[in-house]
Ligand binder design. Sequence first.
Ligand SMILES: [Zn+2]
Length: 287
Amino acid sequence: MNQTPPRRRLKRKVRISLLMIAFAIPTLFMSFTVVKSYFADEKAMSKEMINQETPKPEVPVTTPEEQPTEEAPDEKEEIVEPPTGKVVYLTFDDGPSHLTKDFLDVLEANDVLATFFMQGTNLQKENLQDSVKRATENGHYVGAHSMTHDYKTLYKDFQFVAEMRETLDLIRDITGTEPNLVRAPYGSAPGLNSEQARNQIVENELKLWDWTIDSEDWSLAKNPSQIVTNIKNSTKREQEVILMHEKEQTLAVLPEIIEFYKSQGYQFAVYHESYHFELNFQGDDRL
Ligand SMILES: [Zn+2]
C-alpha cells in the first residue's frame, strides 16, 4: 500500500485545517450580517406597523431634542457683511418686462449684481415670471414698485402701503424670497410728504429707497449716450444708487455704465436687508 509518510500527512492536515478556517471566517461573518439585517428589518417592520396602528396625536409632541436651542442658527437672521469702500448700486424700475432676461444676461456677463423694483401688474404676467425667478436665483434683489404706478391712487387715495404689500406678496409667490424694500413711483417726494402716510409704511415694516443719481434714462430713447453722460457727471459720492429703468436705451449703454464704475474703482453691490441704510428724499430715518 502506498502509505503517506506521517510528516507529510501532518502537513496536509494542517493545510486542510487552515483552508477550512479561511472559508469558515467569512462564511460565519456573512451569515451573521444576514441574520442581523433580517432582524433589523423585522424590527423596522413591526415599528412601522405600530405607527400605522397608533392614531397620530393632534398636538405634535416635542421631544427635548427637537426643542429649538439658542445655538440653532436662524436662516432669516444670517449676517451679511456690508460692502465697504466705493460702492455703486445699480437699480432698475418698472419691470419685469420683455427685456428683463437681456438685462440679466448683461449683468451676468459682467459679473455684476443689481437691485430691481418691479411692478405688480407686470409681475402678474405669467410669461415674465421665469425672468423674475432667474433674477433672484442669480443673486439680484427684487423689491416692490407698487401695483398701478398711478400717482393719484398711491398718494392721494393712500393706497401706497396696500399696493406695496400686494406687490411684495407677488414677488414672494414667484421667487420664494421675502423682500421688504420698496421704491415709490416718482420718488417719495412729494407723494409721501405727509408723516401720517409714512407712519403707515413704518407700521407695516417696509423699507423705502429713493436714489442718489437719476439717469433720466426713460426720456432718452433717442439719445442713449446722454444716459452715460448724466451718470458720469453725477457720480461723486462714496456710495451711489443709480435710478434706471428696463428700457431699450438703458440696456444698450449698460455695459458702458458698468465699465465706467469699474474704471473708477467702485464695487457693485446688491441691496440686502441686513445692511439697509436710509435713502429717502423725506429724510425719514425710520424708512
Ligand atoms: Zn417707476
